[in-house]
Every structure is written in structure tokens, then in C-alpha cells.
Design a protein around this ligand. Structure first.
Ligand code: NAD
Ligand code: IPM
Ligand code: MN
Length: 369
């Protein structure tokens, strides 16, 4: 097995949650026959800026390019609020996504049975929830040109971002969504705003055509993105797979996160196209949440989104399905036993720190091995 993992912990709680994954990898290397990961670590975001004056160094970009999978923590924070836009912490993540061609971002939102009470929504609305947001990740308003602020003659400024999609960009993310739907409840909802955006018109047209030509047996519905946000809060279980552009996917996945109890619960996988010769995909795995500056350094960060992102790496980059299922089961078991980081704690809960949660997950892995 090719087995190179490149770790980019980043800023804020990023290194704190990555430490827990490192412990799990070490335990797996020592105890599971199928696993022998080779680990390297680099810097991204504000920590890379502090070290090299860039949000990621060329050397670390090269390592990310040649690794079998990248594990990414989180970037950003108030310390870097005033650094130049081009080298702000988030630019490191965006460059990784673009240069590695990671166009497909899978953001599953699962409500673990033990956490049905932790959501801000009523228990019956979220119990058993299992939806997947498939977010286009290398196009749209994040990367469209022009993207600039210019000076106007009257002293005002003018800011432009460009929402841009081509047919093939929409086709490939649509296929990812339909292929995944077939492995789940076989329904696709496509969210856009064709009522105001030309890119929405093309999006709807392409998704409709691919659905009709290639996935006749998978029901497809179209939903305006604003309505989709509302429906996610009103009745989230109506959805199976939601496919959408880069910006809508960013926003809808934060909404979906709260259905599961906390942003600290949501993992993600960002995948490139399979290589023509080897079939391997470039891939980066990261929690949906950010660097949580408000709780960094307090031991309150929930490591589950990061650990579950590693679980997705086992599944999607290494085909280690049994081991991926072990990670998911270990998470479920610690929650069943009542352990909670502060973000998912309800009254009377057994509140644990980031590293106690990591240790408890390892104890469950031992019991499952
Ligand atoms: P955030 O996701 O960092 O935090 C939002 C809220 O959720 C905070 O109250 C935080 O404490 C809480 N939270 C997030 N993750 C948690 C966890 N694992 N456990 C417990 N609570 C958790 O979003 P923000 O505050 O808007 O952004 C902070 C910084 O992070 C910004 O610089 C932003 O650009 C960056 N960011 C980075 C990523 C990333 O690296 N992928 C994602 C989102 C935001
Ligand atoms: C996410 C984050 C990023 C995004 C930022 C940090 C660039 O919010 O991964 O959800 O907007 O894509
Ligand atoms: Mn986001």
C-alpha cells in the first residue's frame, strides 16, 4: 500500500485536533496489520506566514502534491487580520484546493443517535439524519476572474468577484453527486439560483441533462439555494444528496453542521479527478469548521470532525473500509457512553477535553480491534 500522509495542522485549534489524529495514526501503525502510514508534516495558514511569509511554502505544496492524502486542520485567526490579502491564511487552503484539482468536496452531515438532543433543532427533526452535501470546490466566485478592488475617479472604490462556471465543471461535480447518491438513498437535489444568476441557469441545465442522460433511475429535484437553506432547518431529512456550487456549498454545509449538534462534528473530503493511468485521486481531508480562535488553547475543541475526516481518508484514499468503519464506530461508541466536548454537551453531560476525547476514541478502537 502506498501510504504517505501529509499533515497540515494550521492555526488555532487546528494543531490541537490534529494531535488527536496523530495519536490515532500511531496507534493504528502499531496495532493494525493493514496499516503502516508514513507521516510528514508541514505548515499552512498563519503559521506558514509567520515562518515563510507565505500561506504555504513551495516545499510544502510539493509535499502535498506527492502525498497519497493530505490531512488539513484549520487556518486563520485575528493575529493575521492585517496581512496582505494574497498571503492571508485562507489563501493557503484555496491554493491547495486549486493546485491539487480538488473539485469535489464531500460534506456528510450525520446525526449520531446519542446527539439527537444536542442539536438546536427538535430531536424528531434530526434523529437519524444522514445527508451529503457535494460542493463544487475549485470554481465559482471563489476563483472567477476578475476579482479585484479598483479605485474610481470620484474617490470611491469598486469591488468585483466573478461567479463563473463552465459546462464541464458542472458536469463532473454532477456525476460525483449522482454516483454517490446511488450508494445511498438514490436522490439528488441540486441547489442554485437560476432566478437571478446566469451561472444558475447553466447549472440547472447541465444537471438536468446529465441526470436524464446518465442517471435515469435516480430522482432529481431542483431547489433554489435560499429555499434549500430554509428547508434544511425546516425538514432536513427530506434530503439525501445536495449538489451545489462553491459558495452555496460553503454556507449550506455550516447550516447542516448545526443539525448534527455542532460544527465540530462535520468532516469533509476534497477529491480530484482519478488519474488516467493509476486511477488514484489527489485528496485532502479536513473538518468543515475553522480555527475557532474563541476557544483555541482552552482544550475545548471537539476533535471528532478531524478524526472523522481521517476516517474518510481511510475510506476514499486507501480503500481501508473496515478501518474506516472502526473509526466511525469508535466515535459513535464514545458518544453513546456520554462523553462530550463542551460544544455538544447537554445538561449533566460528562464534559471532556480535546485530548480526553481523543484518548476515549483510541480506547474504543482497541476494544473494536
Ligand atoms: P469557526 O468555524 O472557526 O468557528 C465558528 C464557531 O464554531 C466558533 O464559536 C467556534 O468555537 C465553534 N467551533 C468550530 N469548530 C469547533 C470545534 N471543533 N469544537 C468546538 N467548537 C468549534 O468559524 P469563524 O469563527 O467564522 O472563523 C475563524 C477563522 O477560521 C477565520 O479566520 C476563518 O477564515 C477560518 N476558517 C477556516 C476554515 C478552514 O481552515 N477550513 C474553515 C472556516 C473558517
Ligand atoms: C470552508 C471554509 C473555507 C471556504 C475558507 C476558510 C476559505 O469556510 O472550508 O468551509 O470558504 O471554503
Ligand atoms: Mn466554510
Amino acid at each position: 500500500m502506498s501510504n504517505k500522509l501529509f499533515l497540515l495542522p494550521g492555526d488555532g485549534i487546528g494543531p490541537e485536533i490534529m494531535d488527536e489524529v496523530k495519536k490515532i495514526i500511531e496507534w493504528m501503525n502499531a496495532n493494525l496489520d493493514a496499516i503502516s502510514f508514513e507521516i510528514d508534516e508541514g505548515k499552512v495558514g498563519g503559521s506558514a506566514y509567520d515562518a515563510h511569509g507565505a500561506a504555504i511554502s513551495e516545499e510544502d505544496m510539493e509535499k502535498a502534491m506527492t502525498a497519497d492524502a493530505v490531512l488539513f486542520g484549520a487556518v486563520g485567526g485575528p493575529k493575521w487580520a492585517d496581512v496582505p490579502y494574497e498571503v492571508r491564511p485562507e489563501a493557503g487552503l484555496l491554493r491547495l484546493r486549486k493546485d491539487l484539482g480538488l473539485f469535489a468536496n464531500l460534506r456528510p452531515a450525520l446525526c449520531y443517535p446519542a446527539l439527537a438532543d444536542a442539536s438546536s433543532l427538535k430531536k424528531e427533526l434530526v434523529e437519524g439524519l444522514d445527508i451529503l452535501i457535494v460542493r463544487e470546490l475549485t470554481g465559482g466566485v471563489y476563483f472567477g476572474e476578475p476579482k479585484e478592488i479598483t479605485d474610481l475617479p470620484d474617490g470611491q472604490k469598486r469591488a468585483v468577484d466573478t461567479q463563473l462556471y463552465t459546462t464541464s465543471e458542472i458536469e463532473r461535480i454532477t456525476r460525483v453527486a449522482f454516483d454517490l447518491a446511488k450508494t445511498r438513498s438514490n436522490r439528488v437535489s441540486s441547489a442554485e439560483k437560476h432566478n437571478v444568476m446566469k451561472s444558475g441557469v447553466l447549472w440547472k441545465e447541465v444537471v438536468t441533462r446529465i441526470g436524464a442522460e446518465e442517471y435515469k433511475n435516480t430522482p432529481l429535484e431542483h431547489v433554489l439555494a435560499d429555499n434549500c437553506a430554509m428547508q434544511l432547518v425546516r425538514n432536513p431529512k427530506q434530503y439525501d444528496v445536495i449538489v451545489c456550487d462553491n459558495l452555496f456549498g460553503d454556507i449550506l454545509s455550516d447550516v447542516a453542521a448545526m443539525l448534527t449538534g455542532s460544527l465540530g462534528m462535520l468532516p469533509s473530503a476534497s477529491l480530484g479527478a482519478p488519474d488516467a493511468a493509476s486511477g488514484k485521486r489527489k485528496a485532502l481531508y479536513e473538518p468543515v469548521h475553522g480555527s475557532a480562535p474563541d476557544i483555541a488553547g482552552t482544550g475545548a475543541a471537539n476533535p471528532i470532525a478531524m478524526v472523522a475526516s481521517f476516517g474518510m481518508a481511510l475510506r476514499y484514499s486507501f480503500g481501508l473500509i473496515k478501518e474506516a468503519e472502526m473509526v466511525d464506530a469508535a466515535i459513535s461508541n464514545v458518544l453513546d457512553k456520554g462523553l462530550r466536548t463542551r460544544d455538544i454537551a447537554t445538561e449533566g453531560a460528562n464534559v471532556v477535553t480535546t485530548s480526553e476525547m481523543g484518548d476515549a476514541i483510541i480506547a474504543e478502537l482497541k476494544a473494536l480491534a
